[in-house]
Design a protein around this ligand. Structure first.
Ligand code: ARG
Ligand code: ASP
Length: 690
């Protein structure tokens, strides 16, 4: 009996062990170090298939979309998929009352109908390589940090100049990895004629809105479709009607076979920023100070916005995008601080540091953690002040607007368009309430030495924030569109005397003089200490594999399809279906009001099992939105768009129990393109694996 138990335990271990290797965002050029593990987990391709400089590889089908999302190619005519929320601002710019593409969706029925997008670029990684030797050439240990910086900058600029001259549309960046222990060159080819091909109505592409954001079960059809154009030589070019569809080196084949729990998944994209190797003190600051305070501030701000949004449809439209961006990080921070607490990360890191300190005695790493602790102790009050500046002062729309108008006029530039877009989405009662609530919070939470003198004097003189608000909003010219539009550079004195501008100015001067320089100096020193601490951690644990923190460069994250248990008694399955959309559908709830066309399609019957989204264990971050999700054969099975909020501490600490990425099932995209967009002609240029 006992033997059987042992055998079962052994088999379970053998089966489960490889499934646990989900953490990590790996550099494609070094993927040969991980390929064995990937293959053990089910992947059937080679390292060269993922990344190669000698032949077309999967990396040639992945791109950085704009400045913060990922996209992938699915045809030999430059057809590109990304998220709806990544294409959102471009879709919005093409929208008007007559053509509300955000509300109704957009589908080009031929290439001639595709819409150009000024300013939108996509970047393909041509190659990446370790250039530490080149970047540090000439470095001597006797050099000061400033000398080292100068040397690095010179070497970097020379290298970038050299590599970008080699071809059209090339751009290059040198990124410090592991806090400057290693430098990598990234060479990109940047295409600048990218056109909108299709987008579902927001009630599909943003289905669930803020209510479902960062949550499971999820039913968001978060995709949009673009096409890259090139000149006749397939090179990058500005928009021109003469441009032709880009012919990629490689594009993804699409798999319609679907996903099952346990299936291998691979997310290939550009995560923006993580900090997995920081000290307990930094984690404590994020989880116990920064996140909770920012959450509380944003809760107040969102409550105020929501109150007015519920009273008026016009206000709801005006503030929906502002609300979304405030709510997005607000929800993420709740998961992050909760996750850090649940995992006991501060205590775990402290225990690790105790062992590290013991080991470091007498080495060059001796005293490093202590040094970081004391740097944080100096920095954190200033850093918190800077976070308060962002979350309170800058949350008052009138103050930011006044400062923007002033700087426009100083630069002798017109302010009309600025005023136009500001007032289009401005509702003064919201801003007035936010003014009082946020400056109240600033006053209560900042110690006296951290407040601008002007703020203290004026608040005392007015007796209360409410009285001061009444005066500012009654007297400021910046609440009146006609007055703002009439301003010219000759009005400089009148502008400078405006009460809103005076307050904005007082805060800006305080921040630029008293806060920012201290934060920058101390952050510089902290980063420097991390350069050693990172190396120290690697020497301390020579068998551990350290992946570099994310920095918006291309990474490989692999895992598998799996649900999770968010709380005792609840098990989430990893796949959602159209049936769930119908269950949520409610014309009275904005976030859940699907288009009638989708109801009609559903009524045809037979679509209950239509897959919509799935969960997997890939280690992703902000920037991975739009990333291709690939199966064991390298075929496209989904588009990554979110994580579950209980796992958002993965930017600091990864927990295989809770960290899940959320992807759109590619079959839902095909379903919507066909049934709602009636644009099945796009399938002709796609390539299907099955
Ligand atoms: N949470 C996702 C991300 O961090 C999606 C954000 C856009 N969607 C939204 N409902 N705000 O970017
Ligand atoms: N939604 C995020 C993005 O836009 C992805 C994430 O944070 O998981 O990149």
């Amino acid at each position: 009996m006992k033997r059987i138990h042992l055998l079962i335990a052994f088999l379970l271990f053998v089966n489960l062990a490889p499934l646990r290797a989900d953490e990590g965002m790996w550099l494609p050029a070094l993927i040969s170090q991980r390929i064995g593990d990937m293959q053990q987990n089910g992947f059937r391709l080679t390292a060269e298939d993922i990344y190669s400089v000698n032949q077309a590889s999967l990396k040639d089908a992945v791109l950085l979309f704009g400045g913060g999302c990922t996209g992938e190619l699915v045809s030999d005519e430059g057809l590109l998929l990304t998220n709806h929320h990544c294409g959102y601002s471009y879709i919005q710019r093409h929208s008007s009352v007559e053509h509300d593409y955000l509300r109704d969706g957009f589908w080009a029925m031929s290439k001639a109908e595709e819409l150009p997008n000024k300013g939108l670029t996509v970047s393909f990684l041509e190659r990446m390589e370790d250039v530490t030797g080149i970047i540090l050439k000439g470095y001597e240990s006797s050099m000061s940090e400033a000398q080292r910086d100068t040397l690095i900058r010179e070497n970097r600029d020379k290298l970038i100049k050299q590599v970008t001259q080699a071809g059209k549309g090339l751009s290059a960046r040198v990124e410090a990895l592991y806090y400057g222990n290693q430098y990598f060159l990234f060479v990109y080819k940047v295409y600048r004629d990218v056109r909108l091909v299709g987008a579902p109505p927001s009630s599909i592409g943003k289905f669930g809105g803020e209510t479902d954001n960062w949550m499971w079960p999820r039913h968001t059809g978060d995709f949009s479709i673009f096409r890259i154009y090139a000149d006749k030589d397939n090179e990058p070019a500005d928009y021109s009607p003469d441009n032709v569809p880009y012919r990629p080196k490689r594009f993804f084949r699409i798999s319609r076979a679907g996903v099952n729990a346990g299936d291998f998944t691979f997310v290939y994209g550009c995560p923006g920023s993580t900090k997995e190797y920081v000290t307990a003190e930094e984690v404590r600051y994020v989880g116990e100070v920064s996140d909770p305070q920012k959450i509380a501030l944003r809760t107040q701000r969102l409550d105020i916005q929501k109150k007015y949004m519920m009273q008026s449809q016009a206000v709801r439209i005006q503030y929906s995008s502002k609300f979304a961006s405030v709510a997005n990080a607000w929800k993420k921070w709740q998961g992050e601080s909760g996750g850090i607490k649940r995992l006991g990360t501060v205590a775990a890191k402290k225990a690790y540091e105790a062992r590290f300190k013991e080991w470091a005695k007498g080495t060059r790493y001796d005293g490093l953690v202590e040094r970081l602790d004391s740097l944080y102790a100096l920095r954190n009050p200033y850093y918190l002040a800077s976070e308060y500046n962002t979350e309170t002062v800058r949350a008052v729309e009138l103050l930011s607007f006044a400062a923007n108008v002033q700087s426009r006029l100083r630069a002798d530039r017109p302010v009309e368009d600025l005023a136009e877009s500001f007032f289009k989405d401005y509702y003064q009662p919201i801003d007035e309430e936010i003014f009082v609530a946020m400056l109240q919070a600033f006053d209560e939470h900042m110690s006296d030495t951290f407040k601008p003198a002007y703020f203290k004097e004026q608040l005392a003189a007015h007796g209360s924030l409410a009285a001061w608000r009444d005066e500012i909003f009654a007297q400021s010219l910046f609440t009146d569109k006609a007055k703002v539009v009439a301003l010219t550079p000759a009005d400089a004195d009148r502008i400078a005397a405006d009460p809103a501008l005076q307050l904005a100015d007082a805060f800006a001067t305080w921040f630029a003089g008293d806060i920012r320089p201290v934060v920058q100096r101390l952050n510089g020193e902290i980063n420097l200490a991390y350069r050693d601490y990172m190396r120290g951690q690697m020497e301390f644990e020579p068998d551990k594999i350290f992946y570099p923190d994310a920095n918006l460069t291309l990474r490989v994250a692999y895992g598998h399809v799996e649900g999770y248990s968010p709380a005792d008694g609840i098990d989430y399955r990893p796949v959602s279906t159209l049936k769930g959309i119908m269950e949520k559908d409610n014309p009275d709830i904005f976030d859940y009001n699907i288009p009638q066309t989708l109801r009609d399609v559903y009524a045809e019957g037979g679509h209950d099992k239509q897959p919509v989204c799935f969960l997997a264990t890939n280690h992703t971050s902000g920037g991975n939105s739009g990333s291709p999700v690939i199966n064991a054969d390298g075929d496209l099975i989904g588009i990554n768009f979110d994580r579950v909020w209980e796992g958002t501490m993965s930017d600091i600490v990864f927990d295989p129990e809770y960290c899940r990425n959320i992807s759109l099932d590619i079959r839902y995209l095909l379903f919507i393109v066909d049934k709602i967009g009636h644009a099945a002609y796009l399938f002709d240029e796609m390539c299907f694996a099955d």
